[in-house]
Design a protein around this ligand. Structure first.
Ligand SMILES: [Zn+2]
Length: 265
């Protein structure tokens, strides 16, 4: 099965226009951002019929993407519970659109150097939250995947991400190539791809300069995409890749054409 290529809707724009444009640009599927301000679950449900009609135009099933700042690790228990409940609402919204795969991010506001001593507690909160979220999603036949974050390795990284994945039954890996590059350069990308090979369900791609998550077009930053393509070929990767190029949707489309060419070489 060949790799399918998709694009994420911008949650600050009109979701229907976003999906139409992504289809027009020739992507195989749409990754629906379920996120404030204009694509919160309540808005998605209100526009459900129109969204469903548009999703049907694609040749491959849609995916769901949630806000990167959902904080499953917070030590404020009522807040953590709130995030778990909100995650369930997002899963319901995805399910209403017939979407079978949803992502959450490996993120907590306390995962910084200043709170290093507190990290163990944060990670265990993240695991408890994800266990509940994955179970809930499972009861709705929705698969949950966890996206790695653009954090420098010195703070938190692949080791902790692996610990979470290993601790939550049925949780899948969603690898963001740009985030892995911020964490540990080309070595980081290779490590993420090969460590989680059997658990990877989805990939995000964009370029950056290694300092932060720039979301720039392929070739504008420092990532060696020939090496990325070679790793994917070695792994026989045949699932989905979403282009998270945020400069414009046309730039994202150009990046897709470029990457398809690199993959075929
Ligand atoms: Zn991403």
């Amino acid at each position: 099965m060949p790799i399918k290529f998709g694009l994420l809707t911008n949650p600050s724009h009109n979701i229907l226009e976003e999906i139409k444009l992504i289809h027009k640009l020739g992507f195989d599927y749409v990754e629906v951002g379920i996120e404030l301000p204009r694509s919160a679950p309540e808005i998605i449900l209100k526009k459900k019929i129109s969204i469903l009609k548009l999703i049907k135009n694609f040749n491959s099933p849609a995916l769901a993407h949630t806000a990167w700042w959902i904080d499953f690790g917070t030590g404020y228990e009522p807040v953590r519970r709130g995030w778990v409940e909100e995650a369930k609402i997002s899963i319901d919204a995805a399910k209403a659109l017939g979407i079978k795969t949803i992502n959450f991010h490996f993120y907590s506001i306390g995962l910084t150097n200043e709170y290093k001593k507190y990290h163990k507690q944060i990670i265990s909160n993240i695991i408890a939250s994800l266990r509940e979220v994955v179970n809930y999603a499972g009861s709705k036949k929705v698969t949950v995947m966890l996206e790695n974050s653009p954090t420098k390795r010195a703070v938190v990284g692949i080791k902790e991400y692996k610990f979470v994945l290993d601790s939550v039954d049925k949780l899948k890996a969603h690898i963001d190539i740009g985030h892995a590059f911020v964490e540990n350069g080309m070595k980081g990308i290779k490590e993420y791809l090969f460590t989680f090979k059997s658990k990877i369900k989805h990939i995000h791609i964009s370029d950056n300069n290694g300092e932060r998550d720039d979301h720039i077009p392929l070739g504008k930053g420092k990532i060696d995409f020939k090496k990325v393509a070679n790793s994917l070929k070695l792994m026989n990767y045949d699932k989905t890749i979403t282009f998270e190029v945020f400069t414009s949707k046309e730039d994202a489309e150009e990046s897709m054409v470029k990457f398809k060419k690199i993959l075929s070489e």
